[in-house]
Design a protein. Structure first.
Length: 440
């Protein structure tokens, strides 16, 4: 019999005598078990047994009341976790130990993409997988008499991670902590803390650390290396949990700084539209006059409303690039834009954005380093009755312009409106016929 009743104040005590089972069970796969899940927590009625290899450990305190296991000691195809009320479970289930788990009577559920088995608890009438009571842990989890095996983590990059690896042991090479976290401890005392691992291409992976772990107060390493840990998931985001600091082998120099933000005067505003007949068909167009595609990471399009000298709205262009001699079209109302012009805009920016001006605002294109690359209008000056009013009309860059201008220059534009003041063209424009979004 296994007995675990004593309370201890530290982990310096003799390991208990363990009893193993060499019974010849009929094994079902973890995949077969997961197939029982139909969208809500279910109690397993099948008299099934699954076999797994333990990959987690609570010895350093970074795991608590949970045991992670996978279906093979190397190249696993599935992993699972079991919630249990058992402190210092590493004394019974050391890493690499194979176990038999009798599934009948346990509960199977999924939380934020993570499959788990265990006991049950109810909240507001909804059942969820909870901790298996200590009194029945060893009724369901039996130690195999097989020799403890060395677990070989699967070597993957951050981009190669997939859901089949969740609850298994993985190894990620050439990884380091995010620069702005250097000098911090692994975790805030008594708080679960997230730290961020990054590779040399700036792909990120969250590292979860317990504020009760033995290494909580240690400073995270400032080198690059290898991280080994149990892969988990929360809200469809992969996360890694290490068993001990020895799971991190960071002894190499950090990645060279990746420069992925660029500036260029080849990108500029080519057309701004405020149709007289349909304000929902407004748009703003950007053009790249160079022969190379340009990432817009860090770029912003900003609007100064009327006389304001403060930015009133911003469009972050970071998720976009602009092709060589190509255009992107930004609309405040994508559905209406498609209905009017027959195609979807590149960006749907929402109302009151820089693409939703009523003709008397000032608009600037800002590069990642805070430099104004191009501007329409004069900041602090209401455009009404000026040489930069395009109310009920449009502002179109003349074809000879091939670069942005940080100072508004009227001669670079054809400007249509409903007044014709200060040299502008008194000719209101109607959508779609008076506009050419997507065409330079």
């Amino acid at each position: 019999m296994l007995v675990f009743n004593a309370c201890v104040k530290n982990r310096d005590f003799d390991e208990p005598e363990l009893v193993c089972s060499d019974e010849d069970f009929s094994i079902v796969s973890i995949s077969e078990l997961k197939n029982l899940y139909a969208g809500e927590t279910v109690q397993v009625q099948e008299d099934w047994v699954i076999k797994g290899y333990v990959v987690s450990s609570d010895k350093s305190g970074n795991f608590f009341n949970v045991l992670h296991f996978q279906d093979a000691s190397s190249n696993p195809t599935e992993g699972l976790q079991i919630e249990l009320e058992l402190r210092d479970s590493h004394l019974f289930f050391d890493i690499g130990r194979s176990v038999f788990i009798k599934i009948k009577g346990l509960y199977l559920g999924q939380s934020n993409g993570l499959f788990k088995i265990g006991g049950v608890f109810t909240s507001f009438g909804n059942r969820s997988v909870g901790r298996l009571p200590n009194s029945v842990v060893f009724d369901h989890i039996l130690l195999s008499c097989d020799t403890v095996e060395k677990i070989l983590p699967k070597s993957v990059s951050i981009l190669e991670l997939n859901k089949s690896m969740v609850n298994t042991l993985v190894r990620i090479d050439n990884i380091e902590f995010k620069e702005d976290e250097i000098g911090q401890s692994f975790a805030v005392e008594k708080e679960e803390t997230q730290r961020t691992l990054v590779d040399c291409e700036d792909n990120e992976l969250i590292l979860i650390n317990s504020g009760y772990s033995d290494f909580q107060a240690q400073i995270i390493p400032d080198k690059m290396g290898v991280a080994t840990g149990v892969l988990t998931m929360d809200k469809n985001e992969f996360q890694l949990i290490i068993r001990t600091v020895d799971d991190l082998d960071f002894n190499f120099e950090r990645c060279e700084e990746l420069i992925d933000e660029f500036t260029s005067t080849s990108v500029f505003i080519s057309e701004i539209a405020d149709p007289d007949n349909n304000s929902g068909a407004r748009f703003l167009e950007l053009y790249n006059s160079s022969n190379e595609s340009l990432s817009l990471k860090g770029w912003d399009l900003v609007r100064y409303t009327n006389t304001s000298s403060e930015v009133s709205s911003t469009i972050d262009l970071s998720d976009y690039s602009i092709d060589a001699n190509g255009l992107i079209v930004i609309s405040p109302n994508a559905l209406e834009f498609e209905n009017v012009y027959g195609f979807l805009p590149t960006i749907s920016a929402g109302t009151n954005s820089p693409a939703d001006s009523n003709g008397d605002d000032n608009i600037a294109l800002i590069d990642p380093f805070g430099t104004v690359i191009d501007i329409f209008g004069v900041i602090g000056e209401d455009g009404s009755n000026t040489n930069h009013e395009f109310e009920d009309g449009k502002a179109v860059r003349i074809i000879e312009v091939i670069s942005g201008n940080s100072v508004f220059t009227e001669s670079e534009w054809f400007i249509y409106n409903d007044t014709g003041n200060n040299g502008t063209i008194d000719k209101p424009q109607n959508a779609p016929f008076d506009y050419t979004p997507g065409i330079r």
